[in-house]
Design a protein around this ligand. Structure first.
Ligand code: OAD
Length: 252
């Protein structure tokens, strides 16, 4: 996507004006916002791990079939998270929350925990969090970032197998968190959609929900996505640059 400089300036100004006028802002982020932190996106690099399609590994069926393989996948991803830090895109969303306070809600599909590490509090992690484990049988759950876990971690309360506290394909989202996300989107008058391919539901449906409730939609992505058709302004470029640029303009 190549635009002339004044085209980019014009888009940035339009996005900034929509955000400036907003009373309530909701944001939906996907793997793209963490790409510049070194976290691989799902649909960028061919979506394979050790030759397994992620859909095979990140599923209840895959876990039932071969829990050791799935744990190897997740322990690798947990280890990888030790090296990553929030990038300026994450920090721009912390600044936006500090500006708007309770008129701001951040909804993320990401399980890397980087928004929490960056400092966002009004955060809804609708796909769970990689650093947290939970028991496959009882209510036990624990957030254990940075800890290396055994090949088949067992519940300290009941002895059954633990699993990563993330949403797998075909699984329900945590209902209380999902409902809060939907509510925030119906109430917002400006909706930012950042770094998501907008193909995984129900998260992707939030863009439509925002439009239906009259919100202005601003997309931050490297390329066109299904959300682009619903966006009033699409800012093409790395969100680690475009989000801070909008925040810069907002302050002037
Ligand atoms: P994807 O990998 O599907 O999409 C990443 C999006 O980020 C793409 O649209 C890229 O163009 C964009 N992108 C990449 N680098 C970027 C950058 N530096 N700045 C801005 N945009 C950038 O990831 P998600 O949309 O998050 O589900 O995937 C949604 C869900 O599918 C994930 O939450 C996961 C996966 O299965 C579960 O874990 C349940």
């Amino acid at each position: 996507m190549h635009h002339s400089i004044d085209e980019i300036e014009d888009r940035l100004d339009r996005a900034t004006n929509l955000l400036r006028q907003a009373k309530n802002v909701a944001v939906l982020t996907g793997a793209g916002i963490s790409a510049e932190s070194g976290v691989p996106t799902f649909r960028g690099g061919g979506g394979l791990w050790e030759g397994h399609p992620i859909e095979e590994v990140a599923t209840p069926e895959g876990f039932a079939r071969n829990p050791a393989l799935v744990w190897r996948f997740y322990n690798m991803r947990r280890e990888a998270l030790r090296q990553v830090l929030p990038n300026p895109g994450h920090l721009a969303l912390v600044a936006l929350e500090q500006r708007l306070r309770d008129r701001f809600t951040l909804i993320t599909q990401n399980v890397d925990g980087l928004h929490a590490i960056a400092g966002n509090q009004r955060l809804l992690e609708i796909h769970g969090r990689l650093s947290r484990v939970r028991c496959t049988s009882c209510e036990f759950s624990r957030d254990c970032p940075g800890e290396s876990l055994p090949a088949l971690p067992k519940c300290p309360d009941c002895g059954d197998l633990l699993r990563p506290d993330v949403v797998w394909f075909h699984e329900m989202l945590p209902q209380d968190i999902w409902r809060k996300a939907e509510l925030a989107v119906t109430r917002c008058d400006c909706f930012l959609v950042v770094g998501t391919s907008a193909v995984v539901y129900p998260a992707a449906g939030l863009v439509q929900t925002a439009r239906q409730h009259g919100a202005s939609v601003i997309e931050f992505n490297l390329e066109q996505t299904p959300a682009s058709a619903l966006a009033h302004v699409s800012l093409f470029g790395p969100s680690g640059k475009t989000l801070p640029e909008v925040m810069q303009r907002l302050r002037t």
